[in-house]
Design a protein around this ligand. Structure first.
Ligand SMILES: *[C@@H]1O[C@H](CO)[C@@H](O)[C@H](O)[C@H]1NC(C)=O
Ligand SMILES: *[C@@H]1O[C@H](CO)[C@@H](O)[C@H](O)[C@H]1NC(C)=O
Length: 335
């Protein structure tokens, strides 16, 4: 690979750079694979790229571009480092951990060097004794427990503030639908799911609390069932099985859902899924029932061009905040 090119640029370089300092930094993040070369000490300029990493030239010799060239972000320049997640979705052959933000891969900075975190609160490195188990827990949003949650799309549109989770839709947010989507890391098979939330209302806007069997909502054959507030004070419920929907119903609440906090509940057992608002049954699914284990998801998005469904997108009062006080999951089974 590099050697042929190397021959051309290799000048008589008797003094092999002793770059122990730099080497350690290169090795720490395993990028690039040094293959006997040293880390660059005085350059961040990339002369050559291959599967092993990014290479510069110093003293006529190849050198590995160290991650320090990118403020500690080892996945640069090809990928940003993760800003709001430390949940690893993939470990590459070099041992680097990768997360997903805004549907893009991002490099997870090893904890010791993770210093910046823009929109969410600092996540304590040792969470105070977690309440509950893998499936059953209460999230009060005093912080965002990323062992539970995955900021799946539009991470920069979501934050935790004042004990609340806030998902803001605005034109400056680059998430899909100009808002954020956060899902659980585990997939559920049953349980009681209670969310206390204040949902925003605007023409075109669809804040939703729902389940989906695929991690990123893109697979057309997913199971999905939802509470969706569709553009006005109308709550739609729906169930998709293997991508087949067509079970929409609309509940017109006797009060304005955007004015106050209300409790939205799914009671999911092997026989039925009961949807309640403030303990009032709004919808029951029992025939057919979804069969695929599913993620529990909070989202807020603007459906641009969905005039017939949600009304035309109204940006006049943006940002639109979907505010969640807590999520309480009990009697649950999950994988
Ligand atoms: C969608 O999910 C089904 C069932 O899990 C799977 O067979 C199919 O390959 C997936 N399709 C895509 C595009 O990911
Ligand atoms: C969650 O709670 C239910 C009901 O108490 C229990 O059956 C289940 O085993 C719990 N899940 C885990 C992972 O412990």
């Amino acid at each position: 690979m590099k050697s042929s090119i190397l021959g051309a640029v290799l000048l008589a370089s008797a003094s092999i750079v002793s770059a122990e300092l730099g080497v350690r930094e290169c090795f720490l993040n395993n990028t690039p694979k040094l293959l006997g070369y040293n880390c660059c000490r005085n350059t961040c300029s990339i002369s050559y790229k291959d599967d092993d990493g990014n290479w510069g030239i110093e003293n006529g010799n190849w050198c590995g571009i160290p991650f320090t060239c990118y403020n500690g972000c080892w996945s640069m320049p090809d990928y940003q480092c993760c800003r709001n997640t430390r949940v690893s979705q993939y470990t590459d052959s070099a041992g680097n951990e990768w997360g997903i933000e805004n549907n893009q891969w991002c490099g997870i900075i090893p904890q010791a060097t993770a210093t910046t975190r823009t929109t969410t609160k600092q996540i304590p490195s040792s969470s105070p004794s977690p309440v509950g188990d893998k499936c059953n827990w209460t999230e009060d949003f005093n912080s965002l427990d990323e062992t539970r949650w995955n900021l799946n799309s539009g991470a920069e549109c979501m934050k935790v503030q004042g004990g609340m989770f806030i998902d803001s839709v605005s034109q400056s947010c680059r998430g899909s639908g100009n808002g954020g989507r956060m899902r659980t890391n585990v997939r559920y098979k049953s349980g009681k799911f209670e969310v206390r939330a204040k949902m925003p209302i605007a023409s075109g806007l669809v804040p939703a609390i729902y389940f989906a069997s695929t991690p990123d909502n893109t697979n057309g054959s997913q199971d999905e069932w939802d509470f969706e507030l569709i553009g006005s004070n109308r709550m739609q419920t729906n169930l998709f099985i293997n991508g087949q929907g067509g079970r929409e119903e609309v509940w017109n609440p006797p009060y304005d859902l955007s004015r106050d906090f209300h409790t939205y509940t799914f009671e999911w057992t092997s026989n039925s899924i009961v949807l309640k608002v403030d303990n009032q049954v709004v919808r029951t699914f029992n025939n057919p029932m979804p069969t695929q284990p599913s993620y529990f998801i909070l989202t807020n998005w603007m459906c641009v061009g969905c005039d017939g469904w949600t009304g035309p997108a109204d940006w006049s009062r943006q940002p639109y905040d979907f505010i969640v006080d807590y999520v309480k999951i009990t009697d649950a089974t999950c994988i």
